[in-house]
Design a protein around this ligand. Structure first.
Ligand code: ZN
Ligand code: ZN
Length: 471
């Protein structure tokens, strides 16, 4: 396994910050419905199309004619009618690299300015270098990937009615959600029928954060001991699920009180902290009786809407009770500075998610991870491609071998079923396409002393046999 180059990671982060900018632009236009009812058992549809940028001169309404038709989605970035795409062309010209120049040592490295006529991205510094590399550009599927991205980006801005963003609200209690993969999830959750992969790419890009979380927590999620979930992972999820699926009829004192709140800590967030809150409602709808409090903690955490800032704590930028069952807190503190204020922790109600954190590259993660491991709560970490995931795993294993981290594996590293199906490109090298949350793994501080009562005799009802230990 090869380690990811620092520069490549940083460039992806640059790219990701562009994603963030796009979300902020979108958020300016959004009209959030802060008061939509929860636990409404009839399906309601919430349009998210307003999160996408609009042309000022063309107000988008259902009756407006699309700016671009579906057979007119390909345009070279430099001459695109959308200013942010023309801006992307300029950014690649500044930050990008020509693969032919790059392969020639001790020569001047020219920036890419020549736009490939088939994908519309500036891929090479000149026609000459383009022709020299054309075969490779086509054969490596770079061109087809960029062409797809080009059309997807123009489609998002085309002004058509984005029916795929008309998300369902409450899940009827008698209809089970199948979380095996995107297709079964979208179908059983009642999303509008998506008859092309482009729609799934658009939707998955938005939903990868809440649905990755949901897929790990959900009792019918894709990870089991038959594939990558370890026995320790099963114990951690049993603990969380005993809160997520309270057994109302039980008289057992171990059963959770209905007021328990599941705290989801998202550390080092970027774009995910700027998603409109109703995107996270999709998590809430999957657990209709549960109260969630989602924390976005890290220097780049930024709510999409900065109104009503919270000054009650030096760590908190904003807090909002979005619905009676879903709250958010944004903090710009490093996690390890905020940790003490958040104690005590409980593995039955608290869980951590780190989306492409860059543990292997950013030293400040070390102190935070030490604190996370102390909590004995489950920690799930994603990476944006195989190399990134392996880098994160190696960094943790290295610290483990040095005795600095003591942890158990909960979920063995591998692909994330609910990754974004849409690729993002590295502005420094447009040949590199990555998927948000491509892979995932899970760990937890060692010595998590869950006791299985009658462990050897009873295998039928594990979740009831769990007891809390003295942590
Ligand atoms: Zn060149
Ligand atoms: Zn091309």
């Amino acid at each position: 396994m090869s380690r990811l180059y620092v520069s490549r990671l940083n460039h992806f982060r640059l790219n990701n910050s562009l994603v963030k900018q796009q979300f902020s632009v979108r958020n300016k236009n959004k009209c959030l419905n802060d008061t939509f009812p929860y636990l409404n058992l009839t399906r309601r549809y919430i349009s998210l199309k307003s999160i996408f940028p609009r042309q000022k001169s063309t107000p988008s309404t259902l009756n407006t004619k699309p700016i671009l038709s579906q057979d007119d989605l390909f345009h070279p970035l430099s001459t695109s009618r959308f200013e942010d795409l023309r801006q992307r062309y300029k950014q690649i010209c500044v930050f990008g690299s020509c693969p032919v120049c790059s392969s020639q040592e001790s020569e001047i490295k020219n920036q890419p300015k020549y736009e490939c006529p088939d994908c519309g991205f500036p891929t090479h510094c000149s026609l000459e270098h383009y022709l020299q590399d054309k075969e490779q550009h086509k054969d490596s599927e770079t061109c087809s990937m960029l062409r797809q991205i080009n059309e997807d980006e123009h489609d998002l801005r085309s002004g058509r009615r984005m029916i795929e963003f008309e998300f369902p609200s409450s899940q009827p209690l008698d209809e089970q959600v199948n979380m095996s993969n995107w297709d079964t999830f979208l179908y059983t959750r009642g999303f509008p029928s998506m008859d092309n992969n482009r729609s799934v790419r658009h939707v998955s890009k938005l939903l990868t954060y809440p649905i990755t979380i949901s897929s790990v927590l959900h009792e019918y999620g894709p990870y089991t001991t038959n594939n990558r979930l370890t026995n320790e992972g099963l114990k951690s999820l049993f603990a969380l699920r005993s809160t997520l699926y309270p057994k109302i009829t039980s008289h057992d004192i171990k059963v959770q009180k209905p007021t328990d709140v599941i705290r989801i800590f998202i550390l080092g967030p970027r774009a995910e902290s700027q998603l409109p809150p109703h995107i996270y409602s999709q998590l809430s709808y999957l657990f209709p009786s549960i109260y969630f409090h989602i924390y976005f903690i890290g220097p780049e955490s930024l709510p999409g809407d900065l109104h009503n800032n919270d000054k009650s704590s030096p760590h908190v930028v904003k807090h909002t009770n979005y619905t009676p069952q879903l709250s958010f807190t944004w903090s710009k503190s490093y996690y390890h500075n905020y940790h003490t204020s958040l104690a005590p922790f409980d593995p039955y109600t608290d869980v951590f998610f780190l989306f492409s954190p860059g543990i292997s590259q950013i030293n400040s993660w070390h102190e935070s991870l030490l604190k996370l491991l102390q909590t004995k709560c489950a920690i799930f970490i994603t990476g944006f491609d195989q190399n990134d995931l392996h880098s994160e795993v190696s960094a943790i294993e290295e610290k483990g071998e040095q005795g600095e981290y003591e942890y158990d594996w909960l979920l063995r590293p591998g692909e994330n079923v609910f990754r974004s199906m849409k690729r993002d490109i590295d502005l420094k090298d447009v040949r590199v396409g990555v998927w948000t949350n491509w892979g995932i793994f899970g760990i937890r501080g060692k010595k998590y002393d869950v006791i299985l009562e009658d462990e050897e005799e009873s295998s039928s009802d594990h979740d009831e046999s769990l007891t809390r230990s003295n942590l």
